[in-house]
Design a protein around this ligand. Structure first.
Ligand SMILES: [Zn+2]
Ligand SMILES: [Zn+2]
Length: 512
């Protein structure tokens, strides 16, 4: 490009910014409809309420162990250790098991409010996924790693054999072991054995004090950390916004300050116009950065509602305000420097008679606009307004009539070498021309492009096809305070062939 000097904030840049913001706004969609899975949760019968049970076996996986599992959960609940709820469902629609678990946890209010000691075991048979969702109060005793041992080492091997009933039964036994002995080793936790016989009571004295976090502050802190983690994207967008906001504000206040300085001045319209125009030039780096900030937001997080609302107001409003003032300055009556009478502004057609031919050419090129004010005493005043976007003046005649007139290909690029092109700049006033050579990128073979895409797709497909272990998929939903319980936990996707859960090993059994 032939441009030089400071970039002036052009209307084009602002328009670009606004277009990006418009799409940001569209994609933000703050009033999203309630997802279908929330409806499903609303309709699920709460076993805790309806049947005083701790089990909802919607997918019918618990078989003859259903009563045992229920009684073990009940024993732990009555001893004050934890409220364990086991839910099996065939489908949760399009929802992820994590979001479903969090929502269900909070909707049913699993766990006691004071202790936040709920545990939800959610098994979605259609998706072949199981998740242990843990209330905040129990995260010390049952951290993600231990939850993942229980799902991966205890339940999944049974599930792999199609024995959901035993898988769930021994999963419950393992949960009880952890709750009764937080210091148990991995081997002790995942051992397949009956620690508590169904139907027996658990002595409350057996429940270690540290089974739940005793201090409310500690729980609150934990919850806050989870919330912070959850609101990460939004938080990130604000930090990404900083490169946009800070120079934007700096520019805005700089220009406003300049406007303020004009209030009591005795400058005429043209002098005021130039003062503001200079200020814009001085702060001209900012709009570019503002755009960068907006794009960064787009990439960082599309759903930032406030940035989508505030920025168009900020940029668009500021721009309109500034332009209207500049227009006012430009139209303000001028006083004749000779006789002090009011001058008269000529129309664009009439003013050509007072301009040099080069100036008329500049007006025709749209790069500079001239206002001609005349006085009855014969005094003439010519004011010059340069359009935003500072291209170079013609090296020959010095008028701003020098533009790119043609781009042409000298040699076509092929698959082996780059091509050559020429940009021809010409002056529309004095006919000066200059030719600048440039390179045209080498052609890419279809297979080069395709193989690149294929590699990416294959990688994604392999990743998706293999088992999936989501570590530390903490979640917290602040939308429901029914029980004050939040949750965190660990989930495992069981591969389609039940080929090894955590390890992702082979296997050909197709149970469903
Ligand atoms: Zn005059
Ligand atoms: Zn020229």
């Amino acid at each position: 490009m032939i441009f030089h000097g400071k970039p002036v904030p052009s209307k084009l840049q602002i328009a670009q910014g606004l277009v990006i913001l418009f799409f940001t706004l569209l994609s933000a969609d703050p009033a999203q409809a309630q997802p279908a899975f929330k409806q499903q949760i609303q309709n699920l019968p709460n076993p805790l309420k309806d049947s005083r049970s701790f089990v909802y076996d919607g997918a019918g996986l618990l078989g003859n162990r259903k009563a045992d599992i229920d009684s073990l959960a009940k024993a732990m609940y009555e001893a004050g250790g934890a409220q364990i709820v086991v839910v099996t469902l065939e489908s949760i629609g399009d929802a992820s098991i994590e979001e479903f678990a969090v929502e269900l946890f909070s909707h049913w209010g699993i766990g006691e409010k004071e202790k936040d000691n709920g545990i939800l075991v959610l098994h979605v048979s259609g998706a072949r996924q199981i998740r242990i969702e843990v209330g905040y109060g129990l995260e010390g005793v049952l951290p993600d790693a231990k939850a993942s041992w229980i799902t991966g080492d205890v339940a999944i091997p049974f599930f792999k054999d199609g024995d959901f009933t035993s898988g769930h039964y021994y999963l419950m036994q393992s949960l009880l072991r952890v709750l009764l002995n937080p210091r148990a080793s991995r081997a002790q936790i995942v051992e397949i054995k009956e620690t508590i016989e169904p139907g027996t009571r658990i002595n409350p004295d057996q429940i270690p004090e540290q089974s739940y976090l005793s201090s409310t502050e500690e729980r609150a802190e934990r919850k806050k950390r989870e919330e912070d983690k959850q609101s990460g994207p939004e938080w990130m967008s604000i930090s990404l916004m900083a490169p946009g906001y800070i120079p934007g504000l700096w520019m805005l206040f700089g220009i406003i300050r300049r406007f303020g300085g004009l209030r009591d001045s005795d400058l005429d319209g043209k002098e005021k116009y130039d003062t503001i125009d200079d200020a814009i030039l001085e702060y001209s780096g900012a709009p570019l950065l503002l755009n960068v900030g907006i794009i960064a937001t787009e990439i960082g997080f599309v759903g930032s509602f406030w940035s989508a609302i505030l920025l168009p107001l900020f940029v668009g409003g500021g721009w309109i305000w500034q332009e209207s003032h500049l227009k006012k300055f430009r139209q303000a009556p001028r006083k004749c420097s000779r006789c002090n009478n009011k001058m008269r502004k000529l129309s664009e057609e009439d003013d050509d008679a007072y301009l040099e031919k080069g100036q008329v050419a500049e007006e025709n090129a749209g790069t500079v606009d001239y206002d001609v004010w005349v006085c009855d005493c014969g005094n003439v005043r010519i004011e010059r307004y340069k359009s935003p976007g500072s291209q170079e003046p013609c090296p020959s005649c010095n008028y701003y009539t020098y533009e790119l007139s043609e781009t042409r290909t000298v040699r076509e690029p092929d698959y082996n070498s780059a091509g050559k092109g020429e940009k021809i700049y010409a002056c529309s006033f004095c006919d000066y021309t200059r030719t600048e050579p440039f390179e045209i990128q080498r052609l890419k073979r279809e297979d080069e492009t395709v193989s690149g895409i294929a590699t990416g797709l294959a990688g994604a497909a392999i990743t998706a096809a293999l088992y999936e272990v989501r570590h530390g998929s903490h979640s917290y939903s602040g939308s429901d305070s029914y029980s004050g319980s939040g949750s965190g936990g660990e989930s495992f996707d069981i591969p389609d062939d039940f080929g090894g859960g955590e390890s992702g090993g082979g296997g050909a059994t197709d149970e469903y």
